[in-house]
Design a protein. Structure first.
Length: 437
């Protein structure tokens, strides 16, 4: 297959990453896909294993649409697995969103910044439900929390037939909402309590969601009392997670709470070398140190820079030097800054829907029920407060009658938050989440 096809495929993936505006979903559900062949209108892709197909399925339509924009035709997707000889018993023992094959203990670089977190993760892999239960990992973006959690999954999967579930917290929330809608909460409970390991990334996502916190409280108790291992991660320690119930804060602190800090230069150098080894790319020591000195606060950015260097080298035949490294670092940092500071109406719709468990179609519908009206009004309020959009633009986005409906919603929410402390907390939480993204 021609090189330009691979370059166009990379463009498809970049477009999906931008449109999703959800790094976790992209990394878990899209990034592991590999392009194998394009023949007429049939596009053959490879995914890691059968369990991955369940998490990938909701994104097939998006993949087709973005593919059509870049390649000019709507494809038929043909799926193959990375290994035709997968172990069916292990597949059944690990019913999770697919693990990144690179996120193993062998590929994790240990330094002073993460030594305790690494040791604790290895310990719970070998002796679950004993010393550190729950194990609570926290730290900034790109410091290794997800890597360690998935490494536990890989290790346990390799060494035993234990039932493991690794998921982002938003998956737990969405599954719970779906169970309520479909009146299948008994199936949901059985799914999450019939486990040996429950690993949940970004547990702070359940903060402020009363029903979800109630359900997770009982799931936690059931697993803990049956000496099943629980591993959680967050960007903050339990006590600093806003709108998290005190009884959950208390339980999260029962085991071991450990932070992952920003790695020092020596550790970053070792990480760059390890990443180069995995990507089969050679950088001399001068360039390795140069990259490690330039990117200090986020290992994921180092990974992104290296991916860009590989693409430039293999697809465009560009030599890797300091100027190319600077160029790619600048692109990534500028992208992160733009994503963080730019809040638009679509982002508001997505965040509000995510919080209240709605779809964009539902919040924009003409349904006049409270569980939709209030989120819709909150969305319009945030649109007026946090963007430069006109009232008419907000009305069009939320598909309401005209600008007077937006103005009415804005005034109503503004009055309510002066009287209702709980609603004010929800608004503050949504603003904080929008500013973080």
């Amino acid at each position: 297959m021609e090189k330009e096809f691979y370059q166009m495929w990379e463009n498809v993936l970049k477009n999906i990453e931008t449109s999703l505006n959800n790094p976790r979903s992209f990394e878990l559900c899209i990034k592991p896909i590999k392009l194998i062949d394009i023949n007429d209108n049939i596009v053959k892709i490879e995914i890691p294993n059968p369990s991955f197909e369940r998490s990938f399925f909701p994104f097939v339509k998006i993949l087709k649409e973005e593919f059509q924009k870049v390649f000019g035709f709507l494809p038929e997707i043909e799926i193959t697995y990375a290994s035709a000889n997968y172990d069916e018993n292990k597949e059944n023992s690990l019913f999770e969103l697919s693990l990144n094959p690179e996120y193993t203990f062998e590929n994790f670089v240990v330094g002073p910044c993460n030594r305790l977190a690494h040791a604790a993760s290895v310990a719970v892999s070998q002796t679950p439900g004993v010393a550190y239960n729950p194990l609570f990992l926290y730290g900034g973006v790109g410091l290794g929390k997800t890597h360690l959690m998935q490494a536990i999954g890989h290790y346990v999967r390799e060494k035993s037939k234990s039932k493991i579930f690794y998921i982002p917290a938003e998956y737990f929330v969405n599954e719970f909402i779906s169970a309520i809608k479909n009146k299948t909460t008994h199936i949901f409970r059985n799914k999450f309590r019939n486990l040996d390991y429950l690993l949940i990334d970004d547990i702070h996502f359940i903060a402020g969601k009363e029903g979800t916190q109630e359900e997770f409280f009982h799931t936690f108790n059931f697993l803990y009392n049956n000496r099943k291992q629980i591993v959680l991660s967050s960007d903050k320690p339990p006590k600093e997670i806003k709108f998290l119930e005190k009884r959950l804060v208390s339980r999260f602190e029962w085991g071991l709470v450990v932070d992952l800090q920003v790695p020092d230069l020596e550790t970053r150098v070792a990480i760059v070398k390890k990443k180069c080894e995995l990507r089969k790319i050679f950088l001399n020591d001068e360039l390795v140190f140069y990259l490690a000195e330039k990117v200090k606060d986020n290992i994921r950015l180092i990974e992104g820079v290296l991916n860009s260097l590989v693409a430039n080298y293999t697809l465009l035949n560009r030599s890797i030097d300091k100027s190319l490294i600077d160029e790619n670092i600048e692109k990534l940092y500028n992208l992160k800054k733009e994503e963080k500071k730019f809040i638009n109406l679509k982002k508001i719709v997505d965040v509000v829907c995510e919080y209240f468990g709605l779809t964009p179609e539902e919040i924009k519908s003409d349904k006049r029920v409270r569980n939709i009206i209030l989120p819709r009004q909150i969305g319009m309020y945030l649109g007026r407060e946090m963007t430069q959009s006109s009232l008419n633009s907000i009305a069009l986005e939320f598909m309401v009658k005209d600008h007077t409906t937006v103005l009415h919603a804005y005034k109503k929410i503004k009055q309510l938050i002066e009287k209702d402390r709980n609603l004010k907390n929800i608004i503050d939480f949504l603003k904080e989440k929008l500013n973080e993204q």
